[in-house]
Each structure stands twice: as structure tokens, then as C-alpha cells.
Design a protein around this ligand. Structure first.
Ligand SMILES: C[S@@+](CC[C@H](N)C(=O)[O-])C[C@H]1O[C@@H](n2cnc3c(N)ncnc32)[C@H](O)[C@@H]1O
Length: 297
């Protein structure tokens, strides 16, 4: 048998109907919107998974992931369909706004015992949450940090475990400003070739698994929510529901930071004002001049 015959024999068929069925499941369960143009990418990522599980067709795979005892396989499916690309101080201007406009003005109240709560929603491998922690420690002196906590969540349990470990390559931490790196990035004898996030940062952050389109088992309110480069995978209706839910979770005057190619739309816009590039602030009271309100698109 020629090499060509062997690979042809191993190829798993992937019809448009198979793709549609998978896309429906991804939307229903994870809020993901898979455009038909993603078909080749989805195939290349998932056909490996089918082979690993010795499943010879996509309908059989969908049947398998729907079984209650296959929740781990569902997690594998999420990992295959989503992108975890992230980096330290990605879109650095957000951290400058977090420091100057959100945290520094809260300093006095925090010293008097006010809670400060931040959320990295869709945190991937944790870089965003650690940057929020570095920025918070840099913005708030010790007396103001008494009740400071950061929640960091992602749908993907594998990536959450990586985030919790707080171990990165020297290359990954290159974008951490030197003044921060000298305080909070450490070499780690137990993990040669990697650096670790300082305990002071790790102690501030609670990492957890959370599907953003499911129920949220907490109430807030948060002073700032980062949800960057996540909603881009959702359809517009799912995005608008999410923006409104974030808005409901914010303190009046709290901040919402989103990805560079994302825009808030829908009902949440009537409660938000622009606060910089892809940065929004919940209007503290309803008498804000109309020209400062974010326009509906
Ligand atoms: C491109 S990363 C963004 C990471 C980080 N926020 C940033 O901007 O650098 C997108 C993350 O969204 C997560 N994600 C996708 N769908 C999700 C959902 N329904 N609920 C929660 N997280 C989700 C993925 O697992 C992935 O880690």
C-alpha cells in the first residue's frame, strides 16, 4: 500500500453537516460562534483528538462528548476550539488606566477598609491577572491592600491550572516592566528554565473555572473587570448579554476593559461612558451629560 493510500485510509470525513452540528454544540454549551471559515482549523485541531480517542467519525465524537461521564472530553473539546493566546501587559494602556483612574482614587477609601475587587474574566494562562495584581500592589500602599482580591476565571480547566501554577518562560516575562519584574518575578530552583510569580501576587488571586455564558456563583460588585479577547468568539446576542451582565456586576464608577477588536454594544451602553481606548466606566449616576455617553452602534 502506498503512503498516499495509508493517509487516505486514516482521514476522518468532516462534512458541512458535521461542522454545523459541532458549531451548534459549541454555541449552546460554550457560547462560541464558529463561522464556516473556521472549518479547516476546527478539523485540524479536532481530528487529532478523534484519533486519540479511536473515534472514526464526527457524529460518533459528538455523541461521545454528550455523555455525562465524558465531562473531561468536553473540556478537551473546549481547549481544541478556543485560543489561549495571551501575554504580560498586553494592551498596556489598560493597566495605566487601572492604576491612574480606578485604583489610585480608591486609595483613601481602601485605607478606611473598603473592599477592592477585580476580575479577569477569560484569564487564559494567568498573565492578565498577574498584571492586574502587580498594578494593584503598585497603586495601593499596604494599609489600602487589606481587602484587595482578584478573581481570575476561564472555561478551560487545563489553562486555569497553568495560571494557578504561575510558572512562565524567561521569554514570556520579557514584557513585564523591569521595576515590576525585579519585585515580583523570581527564578525558581524547583523549576529550572522557568520563572515564577511572587507569592504576594499569587496570594491575591483566586483562580477558578467558569463558563461565562453559564450562571456566575458570585455577586460582586467589582471595581474593574477585564474581559479581553474572549467575547470576540461569541455571537452578537451572546456578547450583548455578557456586556450587560458585566455592567450589573460593576460598582458605579467601576471599569470594564475589553479587547482591542471588541466593542460594547446593546443595553449596557446606556450605563457606560467611554474611559479610554476599549475602556468603559459605569456611569455613577444617570445625570451624565448625553455627549459623554457611549453611543449605540
Ligand atoms: C485569547 S484568550 C484571552 C486571554 C486574556 N484575556 C488576554 O486578552 O490576553 C481567550 C480565553 O477565553 C476563554 N474562553 C473562551 N470561551 C469562554 C467561555 N465561554 N467562558 C469563559 N472563558 C472562555 C478561552 O479558554 C481562552 O483562555
Amino acid at each position: 500500500m502506498s503512503l498516499q493510500h495509508i493517509s487516505a485510509a486514516k482521514a476522518i470525513p468532516f462534512s458541512d453537516a458535521d461542522f454545523d452540528a459541532l458549531a451548534q454544540l459549541a454555541r449552546r454549551e460554550f457560547g462560541l460562534s464558529l463561522a464556516p471559515s473556521k472549518k479547516p482549523l476546527v478539523y485540524s485541531r479536532l481530528s487529532r483528538r478523534l484519533k486519540d480517542r479511536a473515534v472514526d467519525s464526527f457524529p460518533a465524537y459528538l455523541d461521545l462528548v454528550s455523555r455525562p461521564e465524558e465531562s473531561n472530553e468536553k473540556q478537551e473539546l473546549i481547549s481544541a476550539l478556543t485560543t489561549n493566546v495571551t501575554s504580560f501587559f498586553r494592551e498596556e494602556h489598560h493597566f495605566k488606566t487601572l492604576k491612574a483612574d480606578c485604583l489610585s482614587p480608591l486609595q483613601d477609601a481602601a485605607e478606611r477598609g473598603r473592599r477592592i475587587r477585580l476580575w479577569s474574566a477569560g484569564c487564559s494562562s494567568g498573565q492578565e491577572a498577574y498584571c492586574m495584581a502587580m498594578t494593584a500592589l503598585d497603586s495601593l500602599p499596604p494599609p489600602a491592600r487589606q481587602d484587595l482580591r482578584i478573581l481570575a476565571t476561564d472555561i478551560d480547566p487545563q489553562i486555569i491550572q497553568k495560571a494557578r501554577n504561575g510558572l512562565y518562560s524567561a521569554e514570556e516575562v520579557q514584557s513585564v516592566p523591569a521595576a515590576y519584574a525585579s519585585k515580583w518575578v523570581q527564578t525558581d530552583a524547583a523549576h529550572p528554565g522557568q520563572v515564577s510569580m511572587h507569592k504576594d501576587l499569587r496570594d491575591l488571586i483566586a483562580f477558578g473555572e467558569l463558563n461565562l455564558i453559564a450562571a456566575w456563583p458570585f455577586q460582586g460588585p467589582f471595581d474593574a473587570i477585564f474581559c479581553r479577547n474572549v467575547a470576540i468568539y461569541f455571537d452578537q446576542e451572546t456578547q450583548q448579554t455578557l456586556w450587560q451582565r458585566f455592567c450589573d456586576m460593576l460598582h458605579p464608577g467601576g471599569f470594564l476593559f475589553i479587547g482591542h477588536s471588541e466593542r460594547v454594544s446593546g443595553s449596557a451602553l446606556s450605563q457606560l461612558e467611554a474611559a479610554g481606548v476599549t475602556s468603559y466606566r459605569k456611569i455613577a449616576h444617570s445625570r451624565l451629560p448625553t455627549d459623554r455617553r457611549v453611543k449605540w452602534d
